[in-house]
Design a binder for this molecule. Structure first.
Ligand SMILES: C[S@@+](CC[C@H](N)C(=O)[O-])C[C@H]1O[C@@H](n2cnc3c(N)ncnc32)[C@H](O)[C@@H]1O
Ligand code: SF4
Length: 337
């Protein structure tokens, strides 16, 4: 009953031309309509932390900047050191209700210590741990380890229904789709077998909708709703402007939304394999590094003058004064990926 009421309110708010529901956006919208009282406010500490256990991927998805930046000499295959990881977890486990996403640029399952890393975070009391994977190396053994590590939510990014489209989108042999399908279905079955009553453990299967795959969307949803807890369709975005071609579907392209402050600045941080904290997770080229968690705490960086300045520029709508934000076309979508 309460859930339905909440959904109804969210739909109403979306109808009020807010790209998606978010308490800070709602405050900002109220601020515009009603007055100063409702300005967005920064949480004392981030609510979501993205960590990069490894910088490496075996796919070259057309919607992803990985293949663009991995050709550059400064972006080589690199792993996060376990001691650095522990330092970060020890700090964020003190944050109130934080969500940990142990992946960032690349395929996190290539770090052989990933399950141990998740286990460590769980033992430290982090309640929400969400992982995204391309599913290609999600063997039965890895599925078991991940489930036993305490992982809450796994999202497998599949993005295509046919092998032909899979090949076009993921930049790999279309036959790999068979393996990804098999791995994902096995994870779902194992999760339901080992944890039949645990509603915190979820599997999402996702689809980044673009001009290339939109014709397969319905078939994809129909198939995957039988083998997942939820099918998620994500709109294609250009990662700021790193992806040159706009492959958004025509219907989505037409929508023009007013630019609001990015709630990422108030809620999330991304920390790469060597400890650099970036204010935007779309910043794959390290243009917005705010500090290193090797030398400072996350709290120190989060509450720094520079962070406050960026937030102020956003609430004042002076986006053009931040180089990264000035060229971004993905605004009003944060939280959508
Ligand atoms: C960058 S990937 C890294 C994790 C993992 N390798 C994977 O593919 O899921 C994280 C998520 O971002 C999504 N993503 C990547 N590029 C996107 C884009 N241009 N538009 C929307 N979502 C995107 C992927 O589908 C995936 O779910
Ligand atoms: S979306 Fe994931 S699987 Fe695809 S290239 Fe990027 S990191 Fe790799």
């Amino acid at each position: 009953m309460l859930k339905n009421l909440f959904r109804f309110v969210v739909r109403l708010i979306k109808g009020a031309k807010i790209a998606y529901f978010d308490s800070n956006r709602f405050r900002y919208w109220l601020h515009k309509k009603i007055g100063t009282k409702f300005k967005p406010k920064a949480f004392n500490l981030p609510l979501m932390v993205l960590l990069e256990p490894v910088f490496y991927c075996n796919f070259s998805c057309i919607h992803c900047p990985y293949s663009i930046i991995s050709n550059k000499p400064e972006f080589k295959k690199s792993f996060m050191d376990f001691d650095l990881y522990k330092k970060i977890i020890d700090e964020i486990s003190q944050f109130n209700n934080v969500t940990l996403r142990p992946f960032d640029r690349g395929e996190a399952l290539f770090n052989p210590q990933l399950s141990q890393m998740i286990k460590y975070a769980k033992e430290k009391g982090i309640k929400n741990i969400w992982l995204n994977t391309n599913g290609s190396i999600l063997t039965s053994q890895k599925s078991k380890e991940l489930l036993e590590s305490g992982l809450d939510l796994l999202e497998v990014s599949i993005d295509a229904f046919t092998e032909d489209t899979f090949s076009k989108i993921k930049g790999v042999d279309g036959k790999i789709l068979r393996k990804v399908k098999k791995n994902t279905i096995e994870y779902f079955r194992l999760k339901n077998k080992l944890y039949p009553d645990d509603s915190t453990k979820k599997l999402i299967v996702s689809f980044v909708e673009s001009e290339i795959n939109t014709s397969e969307k319905d078939a994809f949803i129909k198939f995957w709703k039988n083998y997942s807890d939820r099918v998620r369709v994500r709109p294609f975005h250009q990662h700021g402007r790193l992806i040159k071609e706009n492959l958004r579907t025509k219907k989505k392209k037409k929508e023009k939304v007013e630019r609001l402050p990015c709630s990422i600045l108030w809620k999330r941080v991304s920390i790469d394999y060597c400890g650099n904290l970036r204010f935007c997770e779309l910043d794959w080229e390290n243009k917005g590094i705010m500090g290193s968690v090797k030398n400072s705490s996350i709290k120190e960086i989060w509450t720094s003058k520079e962070y406050k300045r960026l937030r102020r520029l956003h609430t004042d709508k002076r986006f053009s004064e931040i180089p990264l934000c000035s060229i971004c076309e993905s605004y009003n979508e944060e939280g959508g990926w």
